[in-house]
Design a protein around this ligand. Structure first.
Ligand SMILES: NC(=O)C1=CN([C@@H]2O[C@H](COP(=O)(O)OP(=O)(O)OC[C@H]3O[C@@H](n4cnc5c(N)ncnc54)[C@H](O)[C@@H]3O)[C@@H](O)[C@H]2O)C=CC1
Ligand SMILES: O=C(O)[C@@H]1CCC=N1
Length: 270
C-alpha cells in the first residue's frame, strides 16, 4: 500500500497524533512510516500501531506522499534540515507539518524549499482527543493543504487558524498550559491533604473540580469571572481562599508564566 503519512520523531506528541489518526481510520497503519532513532521506542510503536518504522528521516520524505509530520525537539531541527538537504531537491511534494516550538515558517521554508509547510502548535490533551491546535499556513500551501491539516488535527481536538505572529503566544498558553493545569491540580490536592483529607480522596476531588469547572465554563459559555462570583458567598469560604490567592500573586503568576513561555518559544527559534 502507498505510504501517505510520515512521522519524524515518535515521541510524546508524535505518538499522540499517530494513535488518534489510526484509531479514527484517517490513515491505515500500512500507510504510515515513522522515523525514530531510539530502537526501544521504534519497536514499541511498530508493535502497538503496526506502522512501518525506520531510522532514516530521508526515507520518510521520499516515501510519504501526503504529509510529513515533524515532531522532534526544536534543538535537533537544524541537524535534521542539514541531513535532509539533498533529499529535498528531488521531485517530492508532501505537505510538511511542523509542531516544533519556536521554529518559524521562514526557517521551515528555508529547510524545505518550495514545499508546502504548515506550522502548528497542538497540546498534550491531544492524546485523549481533547487537544487544541493552532495552525498557520506557509507561502506554498493551498486550500487542499489547509484541509489536510484540519483533518489531521481535528482527530485530536479543536483547531484554530492564527497568524504566525501569534504562534509564540499560543505556545505559551495552550502548548505549555497543560503543565500549569497539572501543577495546579496537584497543588489543590496537596492543599486538601494539608487540610486533613486522605490523599486518594484529595486527588479525586481536585481532578474532578478542574474537569467539572472546565466543562461548566465550556457548556454554559459563562465568563470565568461570573462563575467565580457564583461560587463566592458573602463572608464565606471562597472569598477567604481568593483573598489568599490574590495575596500570593496567583493570577499574576499565571500571566507571567504564559508571557515567559512565549518568550522562550521565540528564543527556541533563534
Ligand atoms: N510535549 C508537548 O506538550 C508539546 C510538544 N510540542 C513540540 O513537539 C515536539 C516534540 O516534543 P515531544 O513529543 O514532547 O518530545 P519527545 O522527546 O517525546 O519526542 C521527540 C522524539 O524525537 C526523536 N528524535 C530525536 N532525534 C531525532 C532525529 N534526529 N530524527 C528523528 N527523530 C528524532 C526522539 O527519540 C523522540 O522520540 C517539540 O518540538 C515540541 O516543541 C508541541 C506541542 C506540545
Ligand atoms: O515545553 C515545550 O517546549 C513544549 C512546547 C509546548 C509544550 N511543550
Amino acid at each position: 500500500m502507498t505510504i501517505k503519512f510520515g512521522l519524524i520523531g515518535g515521541g510524546v506528541m508524535g505518538e499522540a497524533l499517530l494513535s488518534r489518526l489510526i484509531a479514527r481510520g484517517i490513515y491505515q497503519p500500512s500507510e504510515v512510516i515513522v522515523s525514530e532513532p531510539l530502537s526501544a521506542r521504534q519497536g514499541f510503536l511498530q508493535q502497538k500501531y503496526d506502522v512501518n518504522v525506520t531510522t532514516d528521516n530521508g526515507l520518510v520524505f521520499t516515501e510519504a506522499t501526503e504529509v510529513v509530520f515533524l515532531a522532534v525537539k526544536p534543538q535537533v531541527f537544524s541537524a535534521i534540515a542539514q541531513e535532509l538537504a539533498d533529499i529535498i531537491t528531488i521531485e517530492i511534494s508532501p505537505l510538511v507539518i511542523s509542531i516544533l516550538a519556536g521554529v518559524s515558517l521562514n526557517q521551515l521554508e528555508a529547510a524545505f524549499p518550495q514545499l508546502p509547510v504548515i506550522r502548528a502548535m497542538p497540546n498534550t490533551p491531544a492524546t485523549v482527543g481533547a487537544g487544541i491546535t493552532a495552525i498557520c499556513l506557509g507561502a506554498y500551501t493551498s486550500a487542499k493543504h489547509q484541509q489536510i491539516a484540519q483533518q489531521v488535527f481535528s482527530a485530536v481536538g479543536e483547531v484554530v487558524e492564527v497568524s504566525e505572529t501569534l504562534m509564540d503566544a499560543v505556545t505559551g498558553l495552550s502548548g505549555s498550559g497543560p503543565a500549569y493545569v497539572a501543577l495546579m491540580t496537584e497543588a489543590l490536592a496537596d492543599g486538601g491533604v494539608a487540610a486533613g483529607l486522605p490523599r486518594g480522596i484529595a486527588n479525586q476531588l481536585a481532578l474532578q473540580t478542574v474537569l467539572g469547572t472546565a466543562k461548566l465554563l465550556q457548556e454554559s459559555k459563562m465568563h470565568p469571572a461570573e462563575l467565580k462570583d457564583r461560587v463566592t458567598s458573602p463572608g464565606g469560604t471562597t472569598i477567604a481562599g481568593i483573598a489568599q490567592l490574590e495575596r500570593s500573586g496567583f493570577r499574576s503568576a499565571l500571566i507571567e508564566a504564559v508571557k515567559v513561555a512565549a518568550q522562550r518559544s521565540q528564543e527556541l527559534g533563534k
